[in-house]
Design a binder for this molecule. Structure first.
Ligand code: HEC
Length: 131
């Protein structure tokens, strides 16, 4: 009897530890995100204000869609911003998963990232590097 109480205690502790590491997993791995970001670098920089084929992603988290100075956005992206689209974890996740589904008519020629973990890691990378 005492033994099984001990066993329950041990398994609760293990579950607690697994839960904690799953939470760390949600925070993402910025180093792995740097590799995912290579899919974006043909069109975007994150560490400077420079626009390329796409707008600079410096400071993108918290930015209203379609508002980076000096970039010619599609009418669809400007409209999405006017309608209240702000880039945060949830909206970036949707957009990066399927750009054309999130902003119908976007001129971002990118099919989307299928793997949720890639997106999580990419978001961690953007947060660390887009200040
Ligand atoms: C082939 C070029 C290209 C690639 C590759 C690309 N993008 Fe874009 N991106 C664009 C263009 C062009 C826009 C502007 C879209 C519009 O105006 O509709 C854009 C817009 C964005 C926006 C909205 C920015 C804003 O200021 O509102 C985000 C966020 C974004 N891209 C992230 C990414 C990420 C992250 C990747 C890699 C996973 C990526 N993009 C890959 C060209 C690209």
């Amino acid at each position: 009897m005492q033994y099984s109480v001990l066993l329950i205690g041990v398994s609760v502790a293990i579950l607690g530890a697994v839960g904690a590491s799953a939470q760390e997993g949600n925070a993402g791995d910025a180093a792995a995100g740097a590799t995912v970001f290579k899919k974006c670098t043909a069109c975007h920089v994150v560490d400077s204000d420079k626009n390329k084929i796409g707008p600079s992603l410096q400071g993108v988290i918290g930015r209203t869609a379609g508002t980076h100075p000096g970039f010619r956005y599609s009418p669809a992206m400007v409209k999405a911003g006017e309608e209240g689209l702000v880039w945060d974890d949830a909206s970036l996740r949707d957009y990066l998963h399927s750009p054309r589904a999130k902003v119908k008519g976007t001129k971002m020629a990118f099919a989307g990232l299928k793997d949720d973990t890639d997106i999580t890691n990419l978001l961690a990378y953007l947060k660390e590097n887009s200040q």
